[in-house]
Design a protein. Structure first.
Length: 318
């Protein structure tokens, strides 16, 4: 794929979707951003609204998408994605992962467009394998409170593969691991935003359990670079298998809390709370396929990314 093409981004006013829209516009794409603003925010794309290559349409993607003109790529990012959101919005989360993905795939089929599904590391559940390769089938509780998100994304992957096999739609699936950066919502319930807000407000940082559970944190610019590498890759059998995109540097949640306290200069202490149901004990991507096939690897180290994210939150609270 080359610049001057037209892309449709669902969920384009969200944290990740807005960064993706911005990068596509910078590359010369014409971008149509669809979002019903259930968890997205029009402020995330306000700086793009005056650009002739960008258009925003308030649209629920679980309804039929009638898009005039040619479309070269459909990138499906619409979904509540933080624990607070998908626990508060369980039916909407299941609906956008199932019906919404079906509608987005139907648009790609109609327009003969390339399709990219934003899936998640949550398809691995509470993994028994670490790090997680794409070949791992996961350890997911299908009836637990987190299942509305986990199973919605697992269904989304299944229907994406069905469209690939039966309709020959050129599909790609990215399994996104923990990502952070500017435009995260301060109250979204994610660990990085939680810790930064608590530290800046000089409150205790709340960890769950003893904080020994591990995560890997990818800065948003690295994630978007990986996604662009995937959507721009040549068609072929390699694209039939999902790609993990994330930072393979694994660290404990307790270690993250201390790093944020140090980088903010906060006097905050750390306090423990009970672990949520089905909270994964480990989470780390095996990115061998992304490195070998896409030539992608993350470049922003954690301290650098945290400084940029802290600066963003300082502006939000000042």
């Amino acid at each position: 794929m080359n610049p001057a093409m037209r892309a449709v981004v669902t969920g384009g006013a969200g944290f990740l979707g807005s960064h993706l829209c911005e990068r596509l516009v910078d590359l010369g794409y014409e971008v149509l951003c669809l979002d019903n603003l259930l968890t997205g925010n029009e402020q995330n794309i306000a700086h793009l609204l005056g650009n002739s290559r960008f258009r925003f349409l308030k649209q629920d993607v679980t309804e039929r998408m009638e898009i005039d003109g040619p479309v070269d790529a459909v990138l499906h990012f619409a979904s509540p994605a933080s624990p607070i959101d998908y626990l508060d919005l369980p039916i909407q989360t299941l609906n956008v992962g199932s019906v919404g993905t079906h509608k987005a795939l139907a648009l790609a089929k109609e327009k003969k467009a390339r399709f990219l599904l934003a899936s998640t590391s949550e398809v691995y559940g509470d993994p028994l394998v670490n790090p997680q390769p794409e070949s791992y089938w996961g350890n997911v509780n299908p009836i637990g409170p987190r299942s509305v998100y986990d199973e919605a994304k697992r269904f989304a992957e299944a229907i994406t593969m069905a469209y690939r096999r039966y309709y020959q739609v050129d599909t790609r699936i990215v399994r996104i691991f923990n990502t952070y950066g500017p435009r995260m919502r301060p109250n979204d319930g994610r660990v990085v935003s939680n810790f930064i807000v608590q530290a800046l407000e000089r409150r205790p940082l709340m960890i769950y359990g003893n904080g020994s559970q591990t995560r890997s944190f990818c800065y948003v610019s690295d994630l978007i670079s990986g996604i662009l590498s995937l959507i721009q890759a040549e068609p072929g059998d390699a694209m039939a298998i999902p790609f993990n995109i994330g930072n393979p540097e694994e660290r404990t949640v307790r270690n993250l809390a201390w790093r944020i306290i140090a980088l903010t200069g906060s006097p905050s202490a750390i306090e423990a709370r009970d672990l949520p149901v089905d909270d994964p004990k480990v989470r780390c991507p095996d990115i061998t396929r992304a490195k070998n096939i896409l030539g992608w690897r993350p470049e922003v180290d954690l301290d650098q990314g945290l400084r940029l994210t802290i600066a963003h939150f300082r502006k939000q609270t000042s």
